[in-house]
Design a protein around this ligand. Structure first.
Ligand SMILES: [Zn+2]
Length: 244
C-alpha cells in the first residue's frame, strides 16, 4: 500500500495540471463525475494517503488500494477506476477509490494529524494518544489514519525501531518522553522516505523492514503479523523495549 510520502511524491508530478480545465472525468468507480466537466482544477494537494483535487466549491479525494497505481498519459489494459482528462492529457488511477466532497478539505480533514504536512501538531497528537488511545498497543494506533494520516506499514515498523519501542507496548505505559521521541521519528522518517523515493531505494535503505537481522546487534528479528492490525511487523526484541 502506498504511504503518505509515496502519494506526495506522485502528487508532485501533477503540478502542471494545476489551473487546467477538466474536459472529462471517467472511470468505473461509482462516484458521480459529470459535475467535474469543464471545471477548473484550482489545486492538487494530499491528505495522508489521499490525493486531493480541489475545485471551487468541492474537491475529490483519490485513495489508492493495496495494488493501486497512477499513470499519467499512459494506460493499463484494464479500465481505470477514476480518470481526469485535460484535452489530450489524462491522469489514470487504477484500483483506487474516489470520493466527492462539498466545501474545502480543511472542513473535512484535520491537517494537524498529517505526518507530511507542516501543520502536523505533535502536541495535539500526543494529547489524543494519552486521552483516547491510552489502552491500545502503539503498533496498532500508528496505523490509525485519524491520528497518523499517511503512516503505512514501512513508516510504522521503521519509526518504532528508531524509537526503540516494541509495537505491542501499551500507550499509557510508554514514558511520555519516549512517545514524544517516537512522534519525531515518524515525521523524520517520513521525510527520509520521500527523499529515498527519488532514487527508488526505500526498501533497500530500511533498517529492519524486510530484513532478517538487527543492523545493530545482528540478533534475528521477530517477524510476525502483530497486533489487531495484523500487519507484517519486524522487531528486534533486544533493542525495542516492551512497555506493558
Ligand atoms: Zn537490535
Amino acid at each position: 500500500m502506498p504511504e503518505g510520502p509515496s502519494i506526495l511524491f506522485l502528487k508532485n508530478k501533477l503540478q502542471r495540471y494545476k489551473g487546467k480545465t477538466v474536459s472529462k472525468a471517467s472511470g468505473y468507480g461509482d462516484m458521480e463525475k459529470s459535475g467535474l466537466e469543464n471545471k477548473k482544477l484550482l489545486d492538487i494537494d494530499t491528505f495522508g494517503k489521499n490525493f486531493l483535487f480541489i475545485f471551487k466549491d468541492f474537491f475529490v479525494t483519490v485513495h489508492l488500494g493495496l495494488f493501486g497505481r497512477m499513470l499519467v498519459n499512459k494506460r493499463k489494459k484494464v479500465n481505470a477506476s477514476f480518470a481526469l482528462h485535460f484535452g489530450e492529457d489524462e491522469i489514470n488511477f487504477y484500483v483506487a477509490k474516489s470520493k466527492l466532497f462539498a466545501g474545502k478539505p480543511a472542513d473535512h480533514f484535520n491537517f494537524k494529524t498529517d505526518i507530511m504536512k507542516p501543520e502536523f501538531d505533535a502536541d495535539f497528537v500526543l494529547n489524543e494518544l494519552l486521552t483516547n488511545h491510552a489502552e491500545q498497543m502503539i503498533g496498532d494506533v500508528l496505523m490509525d489514519q485519524n491520528l497518523f494520516a499517511g503512516v503505512g506499514n514501512i513508516i510504522r515498523v521503521e519509526s518504532l525501531y528508531h524509537a526503540k519501542i516494541h509495537p505491542d507496548s501499551i500507550v499509557k505505559e510508554i514514558p511520555e518522553k519516549k512517545l514524544i521521541f517516537l512522534l519525531r521519528m515518524v515525521v523524520d522518517y517520513a521525510e527520509e522516505f520521500l527523499n529515498l523515493m527519488k532514487t527508488d531505494s526505500v526498501k533497500e535503505s530500511a533498517l529492519v523492514y524486510g530484513k532478517k537481522t538487527c543492523p545493530k546487534d545482528k540478533k534475528e528479528l521477530l517477524i510476525a503479523e502483530m497486533g489487531k492490525v495484523k500487519r507484517k511487523t519486524y522487531v528486534c526484541e533486544k533493542c525495542q523495549k516492551l512497555y506493558k
